[in-house]
Write a protein that binds this ligand. Structure first.
Ligand SMILES: [Zn+2]
Length: 314
């Protein structure tokens, strides 16, 4: 129980179905919603962790299913839908009250039934799967019920009516003639909800792992690109690397007036062993390799292209 709407301290009560059935049959009079907020106690069919305050994360188990029908579903229809199980029904505050016109709803609301159906459960449902279980119920047998509040910490006003003469209906449905059964069993739904949560978590983890794998691949490609860039930079600027590549391709390093150079490398275009390039390219000299047969061949290219033509992987 909670003393009023703003209360956060649960007051623990051990309850029997019989006591709930009787309590939900008594409606207090409360002329306004404001006064209801201030004075009417609320109940929550759950077990809270010892010493905690109102919050879904503090709820351990949900022991009853509570459904609100605010859309005009007649009592007979709701009762028929849950007729296989022990349940308690009562009309709620807005039952046949209608609403005066407002800015948002200019036609107001005509008087219509408003109900609450309350079912004891054969086994409590762990709070961490409750919302998932509720989604299933609201998509199935509970389809016309209010779907807004599916959190386990939801609480409910004890029955109230707006005035002394306001209509109030209450029923206790006992399909086998007593309150001790059959009670609605949500054990399968709870197990299915648990599995759905596990599956969802696993799928999420798989998606994360996939994203991590892609990110690693991108890093490797980036590293590869960095490495290529470094190789090319050295083949453009580092005389030792330029000369070493020439020797690796079967050329000769010779000393000339302009400095050391590579000669005698096979030309990828004319196949004559007459490609040459310089080691030191400081001062804006030719960085590229060139076939010596300027007129009959004319090949010219970067050292890494030449290396690739020679089947050398850099
Ligand atoms: Zn050539």
């Amino acid at each position: 129980m909670f003393r009023r709407l703003s209360a956060t301290e649960p007051m623990g009560r051990d309850v029997t179905v019989e006591a709930i059935a009787a309590r939900l049959g008594r409606a207090a009079v409360c002329p306004s919603r404001q006064e209801r907020e201030r004075t009417v106690p609320l109940w929550s069919p759950v077990r809270y962790r010892e010493g905690t305050t109102r919050a879904s994360r503090n709820v351990e188990e949900v022991h009853w299913l509570v459904l609100d029908y605010d859309d005009g579903t007649p009592a007979a229809v709701a009762r028929e839908r849950w007729s296989g199980w022990v349940h308690i029904g009562h009309t709620s505050y807005s039952h046949m009250q209608g609403r005066p016109p407002t800015k948002r709803c200019p036609d107001g609301r005509p008087p219509a039934p408003a109900l609450r159906v309350v079912l004891p459960l054969r086994e409590p449902v762990p709070a961490d799967v409750w919302s998932e279980v509720m989604r299933g119920i609201l998509g199935g047998l509970g389809r016309d019920a209010d779907s807004k509040c599916i959190d386990p910490a939801r609480m409910f006003y004890v029955p109230v009516i707006a005035s002394e003469g306001a209509p109030f209906e209450h029923w206790v449905h006992t399909p086998a003639g007593g309150l001790d059964g059959p009670w609605l069993c949500l054990a399968d739904e709870a197990a299915a909800a648990r599995q759905a949560i596990i599956d969802r978590d696993r799928e999420r983890e798989e998606r994360r792992e996939e994203a991590r794998r892609r990110s690693r691949e991108r890093d490797q490609v980036a590293t590869r690109t960095d490495r290529d860039r470094e190789v090319r930079r050295r083949l453009l600027e580092d005389p030792a690397a330029r000369l070493a590549l020439g020797e690796a391709m079967g050329g000769n390093v010779v000393e000339r007036t302009g400095g050391r150079m590579v000669i005698g490398v096979l030309c990828p275009h004319c196949s004559r062993p007459d490609v040459f390039w310089f080691g030191d390219v400081g001062g804006g000299g030719l960085r590229r390799a060139r076939c010596n047969h300027r007129n009959s061949c004319g090949w010219e290219g970067h050292l890494w292209q030449l290396a690739a033509d020679h089947g050398i992987t850099l």
